[in-house]
Design a protein around this ligand. Structure first.
Ligand code: 13P
Length: 246
């Protein structure tokens, strides 16, 4: 049975000491959920310490497509791998919008991850205007098509998708179960078009204001294989509480 993925995206939060407290708390609660894979996506400066504790899957929030070079402030896949980081987020809306990452640049990151056999979560999701004018599905298809073009079936095990509607991120406004189901079912169909039957094995996560009151209903939607959690992941108990409904 495929494991449900519960992934924390801390974004630019928590100091090294706070991260250690979080891990201590996480370990002491000991969720003992064999059917859940817990992951933590942290800012680069925290990654070495987090990996060393060997408590859960540690991923990076960002990566540069080049292996090395004059890219001040960036981090490469070989560097992440060299300290034991296990995966990376690509195409988060905050990277696309606030840091002006183009579809081409995101595609370069996807290709670099594939070339290095480095697992990645490709994020997609529409803004409010796109949702309101009813073109969200074609918008998401375009993001997926651009990110996934040229990938082969042997890349499928590296791939996870996260659907994060921008209007739901950090706003407290969660997508309804009908909205989640519509988009996740659509994404599954696109993955099947791309990869045939093996597209069924690709996890699709939902993200956007998931909290302890709405987690159970969202996680029960068809084609939801996990969650990517921002605000509610900053406290280990709140984060683990989300798993209690699973
Ligand atoms: P929030 O859970 O804070 O809405 O953030 C979601 C998100 O962007 C996770 O990547």
């Amino acid at each position: 049975m495929r494991k449900f993925i519960l992934a924390a995206n801390w974004k630019m939060n928590l100091t090294a000491a706070e991260a250690q407290d979080w891990l201590n708390h996480f370990t002491s609660i000991n969720p003992n959920k064999n059917h859940v894979e817990f992951r933590l996506y942290a800012t680069s400066v925290l990654l070495s310490d987090l990996v060393r504790t060997n408590v859960l899957h540690i991923g990076s929030q960002n990566v540069h497509p080049s292996d090395s070079g004059a890219y001040t402030g960036e981090v490469s896949i070989p560097q992440l791998k060299s300290i034991g980081v296990q995966s990376v987020l690509i195409g988060h809306s905050e990277r696309r919008n606030d840091f002006h990452e183009s579809a081409n640049f995101i595609k370069e990151k996807v290709d670099a991850s594939c070339n290095h056999s480095f697992p990645f979560i490709l994020c997609c999701g529409e803004d409010l205007k796109t949702r309101e004018n009813g073109t969200h599905l074609s918008f998401i298809r375009t993001q997926l098509t651009s990110g996934l073009s040229g990938l082969e079936n042997n890349h499928v095990p590296l791939l996870t998708i996260a659907y994060e509607p921008i209007w739901a991120i950090g706003t407290g406004q969660t997508a309804t179960t009908a909205e989640v189901t519509e988009v996740h079912t659509f994404i599954r169909a696109v993955l099947l078009e791309f990869f045939g039957e093996s597209g069924t094995s690709i996890p699709i996560l939902y993200g956007g204001s998931v909290n302890s009151s709405n987690a159970a209903s969202i996680f029960a939607c068809p084609q939801v294989n996990g969650g990517l959690i921002g605000g509610a992941s900053l406290n280990a108990s709140n984060f683990l509480e989300l798993a209690s409904s699973l």
